[in-house]
Design a protein. Structure first.
Length: 568
């Protein structure tokens, strides 16, 4: 090989290296960032930008306050490392060690390395993580891009404050509350301003998330603060109409007083309590989470979204049910979904500890209202009535044992997810211009979160969160290689989710991957579900599990809160 050829090859290699380096540098509104490469599940090159600040660290005087614009930086910001998670413990996975850092308001952006034709921008999926408003983070070891980014789409995943630090509220102007949700809105505003610099389309943003993340998704649909920042929304197993999504009146003030006592803060006035709490170490605050749990991890979500006073910058000023009935929602595509055994994470916890089942049986009248959260929303008489009806309907007034795992799973599936989502879907169809789709995920593949929740010795079915396993990668499962069946489900879900982001319609066309047209719900008394039964079969079904949802429709869950009317 002569010297001329060698020089040409060297020049080509040199230009390739620097061309590649150039694509890893992006200028956004606050400065230049440099990312790194990673590989998708199928070996596609991904450009990953992690740890991008979208707000100032919410520390010292900014604790318990809405997010604030970050400072610009000079030079090049290293966007190649995971960012700190927000302070938390993880009771869902039985981990009560406090971890994280208050300086946690960072986000990640992932884009495929593809040649985009001039003017062609990619749709964007914006993920909000799960964790009961108490735990969770956006790092790629938990919610990674490696499955989704085999499609032509950009993924944005922000951190947001959780637990006491994200959802403390005094019910007045001192700390109106919902700062975790306001962090997410701030990240959506960041996306609106900056995503075009990554080749993303700011007019094709879909928010999606599971569990409490789904509750957040639906809350953004009903919030005036988030209007115009996204075009579609996908709520996996969660809604703003669930009892765990929005605090009943008076709950947060009671919790602040309890927290103040636990941390030796004065509680003579709320203002004094908050001033003291701003000075307490963040880990000491988060460590009190467990003091609000009375049975297993119940009541779940002791610190959660609230109805704020009528102040400027309020996230919501009315209950989501009332907002939907007023028609004052974002008119976007809205997708709800459940897994067939969504509530299975609860019995898997209970049957992992025989003492919990014993106490559930011995103290049913106390534990069930506490666990299902109607103890704070129903009057005393109605609470007793609801509890007796539950015991009769689900358990035929018998003791609960391992032969009743299915019934216990149905109880939590219906109360936490299925009934409130059905209510939300029907309300939206009747009162808003939101286009509503609904799916049921029944594929039992090789991935399940059940062993992480508790008992791994029994078959609990398709658990809470199992659907997102086939959309976002995580490191829970080690070096996961999809089976042929898993890959079919991955292809189906990611194709439809990207379709939603791109067009607002999950099945604009049918092919070998998407074989069944997914129809929207058009009548409030005729709920249509896209039922994914297995890797080869999906069909439209009508009014599924009707007896179970009708049972919940007749219960006076909100009798203590006279202003909330669930009737259509």
């Amino acid at each position: 090989m002569n010297i001329t050829v060698l020089l040409i090859l060297a020049l080509v290699a040199y230009n390739c290296v620097f061309a590649n380096e150039d694509e890893l540098k992006i200028k956004i509104d606050k400065g230049i960032i440099r990312g790194a490469y990673r590989k998708s599940m199928k070996g596609r090159q991904i450009l990953a930008f992690t740890g991008i600040p979208f707000a100032k660290p919410p520390v010292r005087e900014l604790r318990f306050k809405p997010p604030v614009e970050p400072e610009a930086w000079s030079g090049i910001l290293d966007a190649t490392k995971p960012h700190p998670i927000c302070p938390q413990m993880d009771p869902y996975f039985n981990n009560y060690e406090v971890k994280g850092n208050e300086d946690c308001l960072y986000l990640n952006v992932y884009k495929p390395q593809i040649t985009q034709s001039k003017g062609k921008l990619l749709p964007v999926l914006f993920h909000i993580y799960a964790g009961g408003f108490t735990s969770g983070n956006a790092n790629p070891d938990v919610y990674g891009p490696d499955i989704l980014l085999d499609k032509d789409v950009i993924l944005v995943s922000p951190n947001s404050r959780i637990g006491l630090l994200g959802f403390l509220s005094t019910g007045d102007e001192i700390v109106p509350g919902n700062n975790g949700l306001k962090d997410q809105t701030f990240a959506l505003e960041w996306t609106r301003k900056n995503i075009i610099d990554f080749g993303g389309d700011p007019n094709k943003v879909t928010i999606f998330g599971g569990s409490s993340g789904a509750g957040c998704v639906h809350l953004h649909v009903v919030s005036p603060l988030s209007r115009g920042l996204f075009n579609s929304a996908i709520a996996h197993s969660g809604s703003a109409t669930a009892l765990w999504s929005v605090a009943p009146e008076g709950e947060q003030e009671k919790n602040i007083k309890k927290l103040g006592k636990l941390l030796n803060c004065p509680i003579d006035t709320i203002a004094n309590a908050v001033e003291c709490l701003r000075k307490v170490d963040a880990y000491d605050i988060v460590d009190q989470d467990k003091e609000f749990m009375e049975f297993s991890i119940d009541p779940e979500t002791p610190f959660k979204p609230v109805i704020e006073p009528d102040l400027e910058g309020a996230f919501i000023r009315k209950h989501p049910i009332d907002i939907i009935k007023s028609g004052e929602t974002s008119n976007v595509t809205l997708v709800f979904g459940i897994t067939t055994e969504d509530g299975a994470f609860k019995p898997s916890m209970f049957f992992n500890d025989s003492k919990l089942i014993e106490r559930l049986n011995e103290d049913f009248d106390y534990v069930v209202p506490l666990s299902l959260l109607y103890d704070t929303t129903a009057t005393e008489g109605d609470k007793n009535y609801i509890t007796s009806r539950i015991k009769e309907f689900y358990f035929k007034n018998k003791q609960i044992d391992e032969t009743m795992i299915r019934q216990l799973t149905h109880l939590y599936t219906d109360s936490y997810f299925f009934y409130p989502q059905n209510l939300a879907a029907r309300l939206h169809v009747k009162y808003t211009n939101t286009r509503i789709y609904y799916f049921v995920f029944g594929y039992k593949g090789s991935l399940t979160l059940i062993p992480f929740f508790g008992d791994a010795t029994r078959d609990y079915g398709v658990c809470h969160g199992d659907d997102i396993n086939y959309i976002l990668s995580n490191e829970f499962y080690g070096d996961y290689k999809p089976t042929e069946s898993d890959q079919k489900i991955i292809d189906l879900l990611t194709t439809m989710w990207v379709n939603i982001a791109d067009t607002g319609i999950p099945t604009p066309r049918l092919d070998d991957v998407v074989k069944t047209k997914w129809l929207p719900i058009e009548k409030e008394d005729k709920l249509l579900y896209y039922f994914i039964k297995n890797e080869n079969e999906a069909e439209m079904v009508e009014n599924i599990y009707l007896e179970r949802t009708q049972f919940w429709e007749k219960l006076p869950l909100y009798s203590k809160q006279k202003n909330i009317k669930t009737e259509l």
